[in-house]
Design a protein around this ligand. Structure first.
Ligand SMILES: *Cc1c(COP(=O)(O)O)cnc(C)c1O
Length: 408
């Protein structure tokens, strides 16, 4: 038996079935017309943003990293309750344009921005988080060609990382950002070249559950930004402090103590150096905002035994849930929170493997999980599916195609 992850708060049972935003899973599926289906809850997203507003100092603004979930209705909904959006490609720029968003509130990070992407972003007034000196010079040249003053920030590759984070994005040699020691010179260069200087972006990692690690990281980010600004002799109009707030996916994971993070940040802000006194301060989050607000529903199409093990074969799989299958940056595969949605309040009575419909042994949604007895036709729910599900899975693999998505 292997444990499944903790089911996020905000889900209940109605008539024995999983209810999402007060509606039974089977009704939502009937209305949508098909499985597999991603269901995202408007109210859970709102509650999460409110929780952030309540816990973090008022001065801290909130950016949403749209790569976590760019389903247009979700993007539209989140964009109305946060302060800015972070994108990582011209494709994401088009998604943001598509919802009619104010593009001057968008910033664009990501290594390997092509000229056409720089051009589209500069023309739209998007802030570029520059990943290298070369990119800075290309951006300035494109701005000149277009007759548009580019809005430029520098992404810093700091000399520290977010401890205990699932994915490290700073500290040591990295394809992301400019090494901290070289940032002051580059800042002076682009300010002197007449860009619209937008400050610094320091992102150090993702999926941290330890408040202590986040607090430590934020103090180091503020200090690093101050040192760069002093050395460059330029004040910072804006500092994107990164994010990294994690959510519990696996058995034993404890939620991040957001209040502790907020209180520590309040103390930091009370003692900010001059270089940061006037800076707009942002945190950028993806999964923390939408991850727990989404459920992936898939239907059992077969139930079989093999050498004493039970397999529940579903119509979904890793082509929609790469992360839950354990193939998206995990070393040891562990079970996401998974349940039989149509028998949500039934006692777990058997050990079963939940697999997808792809012809590969990688396609597992739960291993040796303790579940209620399920039959063909039952729905399986995979929780924590609101981030890096549909947007980060190979939906073209084996010709299966994307899952439907609904925001309710
Ligand atoms: C992916 C990414 C994020 C969002 O990460 P989450 O773990 O979803 O919060 C934020 N900023 C940058 C630069 C990223 O690459």
């Amino acid at each position: 038996m292997k444990p499944v992850g903790p089911i996020p708060a905000g889900y209940a049972a109605i008539d024995g079935e999983l209810a999402i935003a007060g509606r039974k899973a089977s009704e939502i599926v009937d209305e949508a017309g098909s499985t597999p289906l991603f269901v995202y809850s408007r109210e859970l997203i709102e509650a999460r943003v409110q929780k952030l507003r309540d816990a973090l100092p008022e001065r801290i603004r909130l950016n949403y990293a749209i790569k976590a979930n760019s389903f247009a209705p979700v993007l539209q909904h989140v964009s109305q309750i946060v302060d800015g959006l972070d994108i990582a490609s011209a494709g994401e720029l088009e998604m943001v344009r598509g919802i009619g968003y104010d593009l001057t509130r968008v910033s664009f990070a990501g290594p390997g921005k092509r000229d056409a992407e720089l051009e589209a972003a500069i023309a739209a007034g998007v802030t570029l988080n520059l990943e290298s000196e070369n990119e800075a010079r290309r951006a300035l040249a494109i701005g000149e060609k277009l007759g548009v003053v580019p809005r430029l920030a520098i992404r810093v590759n700091p000399d520290f990382e977010l401890r205990g984070s699932g994915m490290k994005m700073g500290g040591g040699a990295k394809p992301f950002g400019v090494d901290a020691a070289r940032v002051p010179a580059l800042a002076r260069e682009i300010v002197d070249a007449g860009c619209d200087w937008r400050g610094l972006h320091i992102f150090t990692g993702s999926q941290a559950l330890s408040a202590e690690a986040v607090i430590d990281m934020q103090a180091k980010v503020l200090d690093c930004a101050h040192r760069i600004a002093s050395e460059a002799g330029v004040p910072l109009p804006k500092l994107n402090m990164g994010g990294g707030f994690g959510i519990p996916y696996f058995a034993g994971d404890e939620p991040l103590d957001l209040d502790a993070v907020g209180e520590a940040l309040e103390r930091e802000l009370a003692a900010l150096p001059d270089t940061l006194a006037a800076a707009d301060l942002f945190v950028e989050l993806g999964r923390y905002i939408v991850g727990e607000a989404g459920v992936y529903l898939t239907r059992i199409v077969d139930r079989k035994e093999s050498y004493g093990e039970t397999y529940l074969v579903t119509d979904g799989g890793l082509h929609h849930q790469l992360a839950a299958s354990g193939n998206f940056g995990t070393v040891v595969r562990r079970n996401y929170p998974v349940a039989i949605a149509t028998r949500f309040d039934a006692e777990p009575v058997e050990e079963a493997n939940v697999v997808g419909c792809l012809c590969t042994p990688l396609d597992r949604l739960a291993d040796k999980a303790h579940l209620s007895r399920a039959e063909i036709g039952d729905l399986v729910a995979v929780f924590c599916a609101g981030a890096y599900g549909a947007s980060a899975s190979p939906s073209a693999f084996l010709g299966q195609g994307p899952a439907a998505e609904v925001l309710i």
